[in-house]
Design a protein around this ligand. Structure first.
Ligand code: NAD
Length: 497
């Protein structure tokens, strides 16, 4: 049966997710035996009990990862063998596509169609791509004098702690696991307390694929308990963190207070989407802005929530944007045609509605949406929302809302557009819409963002780096550059007589 034709409600009713942690190749309860409720944002039902990992569990997981690293059961395997196992791991992910997609949608509310067509296959591709890459990466010999030989080699760091958010739980886990495991490290993954289920299932699939026990451990739990214990641990060599800028700051503090472990932060954004009057398809730009912000309920780090439009084309742009918004009215996340699902929890719903009130109070004009939706479902939904008349000093233009809210700002000159776009603590992504060759180059260069998209917004591939300037983080996920985060560079000098 095709995935689209499946009765997802019946499958959801029969789904009994396993929330136990995964250490040393086995499922188990937390040392204290404590759990917390996993509540589905679709209807507010509790769908699982998840192990509440604390420092004793982190200690056990790190010890397991350290043993696995030190005895070389994974790190010393030839790259071609690691490749084979990671490619098999990716195949297992694809074979479990429906199960993983259902868990992801139940856990954090995104539409099942997106979980099936984007999250699961992209995660599998990421793992396979790093597996495929690892036996094709060469080390270096430096051009030194003839009396010596200098080898420059990359070695795995050791134990990597990965701490990930809830908005793309499976994919963010894969972005850390792919390069970290391929390079030969052991990993302790701490998923978000708001969405842990797919990460836990991933660990079982890795073992089935042949990854040795202890190489990949998953400890679910709260950030202030399991997350903090992992980031402060003296035997963790590096932290790959994806999450908010607020917690990213703490990661740097934890490293300073412990063993100066390497910290790679992938943080929040408030991305600018700059539409010039010489863009030859204003309607396409407006459709793209709507699709990019409302995708994943607006819970995307790189969502272009600051839409800046030249004053001479702003009315035309806004008309199309207003006409697009109703297409993203939230609907049942388990229906294959749904475009926008539920926000992750009640707290996020309150935060988003609070920002919408703030926007109104700051004097922005609400053009569409602004209300809670589908309250009768027991879940957490908000309408696609469009503000105009926004200026860059307003909180809705400066702070990451992480919900389906677009702010439209007007500008009159290219210099003004660049100044507004760069006037943000964040610098994750930006886009330029223009069909004037010189302008596209000038503005792309001037924008302080890790990714700039021209006349599009969502082009994406595992082959390119992703990450931010400024307070959007450091380091890069994806591409061969991600190996830099999970390897140490070693120089070995040899005397030649
Ligand atoms: P968050 O910072 O609240 O939590 C992220 C992770 O950190 C979770 O696992 C959480 O349990 C843990 N954590 C929280 N407090 C902690 C603490 N004191 N010590 C240790 N760990 C702690 O972020 P979130 O709400 O889960 O995710 C949304 C954020 O993630 C947004 O800001 C979004 O922009 C960002 N994000 C960035 C990227 C990127 O690639 N740049 C991708 C996805 C999401």
């Amino acid at each position: 049966m095709s995935s689209a034709a499946r009765d997802w409600h019946a499958l959801a009713a029969g789904c009994r997710p396993d929330g136990r942690m995964f250490i040393g190749g086995r499922r188990g309860d937390s040392a204290a035996g404590e759990t917390f409720d996993c509540v589905s944002p679709i209807d507010g039902r509790t769908i699982a009990q998840v192990a509440r990992g604390q420092s004793a569990d982190i200690d056990a997981a790190v010890a397991s990862a350290r043993r696995a690293f030190d005895d070389g059961r994974w790190a010393h395997k030839p790259p071609a063998v690691r490749k084979k196992i990671l490619v098999r791991f990716a195949e297992k992910i694809l074979a479990a596509r429906d199960e993983l997609a259902l868990l992801e949608t139940l856990d954090m509310g995104k539409p099942i169609g997106d979980s099936l067509s984007v999250d699961v296959p992209s995660s599998a591709r990421c793992i396979a791509w790093y597996g495929e890459a690892i036996d094709k990466v060469y080390d270096e010999i430096a051009p030194t004098a003839r009396s010596a030989l200098a080898l420059i080699t990359r070695e795995p760091m050791g134990v990597v702690g990965a701490i990930v958010p809830w908005n793309y739980p499976l994919l963010m886990s894969a972005w850390k696991l792919g390069p970290a495991l391929a390079a030969g490290n052991s990993v302790v993954l701490k998923p978000s307390e708001k969405a842990s289920l797919t990460a836990l299932r991933l660990a079982e699939l890795a073992i089935e694929a042949g990854l040795p026990e202890g190489v990949f451990n998953v400890v679910p739990g709260y950030g202030f308990e399991a997350g903090e214990a992992l980031a402060l641990h003296m035997d963790v060599d590096a932290i790959g963190f994806t999450g908010s800028t607020r917690v990213g700051r703490k990661m740097l503090e934890y490293a300073g207070r412990s063993n100066l472990k390497r910290v790679y932060n992938e943080l929040g954004g408030k991305s600018a989407f700059v539409v010039f009057d010489d863009c030859n398809d204003i309607a396409r730009a407006a459709r793209t802005a709507a699709g990019s912000v409302f995708y994943n309920q607006g819970e995307s780090c790189n969502a272009p929530t600051r839409v800046m439009v030249h004053e001479s084309v702003a009315d035309e742009f806004i008309e199309v944007l207003k006409a697009q918004a109703p297409k993203y009215q939230p609907a049942d996340p388990l229906h294959p045609d749904t475009a926008m699902g539920a926000l992750v929890d009640d707290n996020q719903l309150r935060t988003v509605l609070g920002y919408i009130d703030t926007g109104r109070n700051e004097g922005a004009k609400l053009l569409f949406g602004g209300q809670q939706a589908r309250a009768e479902s027991g879940g957490f939904y908000v309408e696609p929302t469009v503000f105009e008349g926004v200026n860059n000093l307003m909180r809705i233009a400066r702070e990451e809302i992480f919900g389906p809210v677009i702010s439209v700002l007007r500008f009159s000159t290219e210099d003004e557009a660049i100044a507004i776009a760069n006037d943000s603590p964040y610098g994750l992504q930006a886009s330029v819409w223009s069909h004037q060759f010189d302008r596209v180059h000038r503005v792309s260069r001037a924008l302080r963002a890790g990714t700039v998209q021209v006349n599009q917004y969502d082009e994406d591939d595992i082959t390119v780096p992703f990450g931010g300037y400024k307070q959007s983080g450091n380091g890069r996920d994806k591409s061969l550059h991600a190996f830099d985060k999970y390897t140490e560079l070693k120089t070995t000098w040899m005397r030649i007589d």
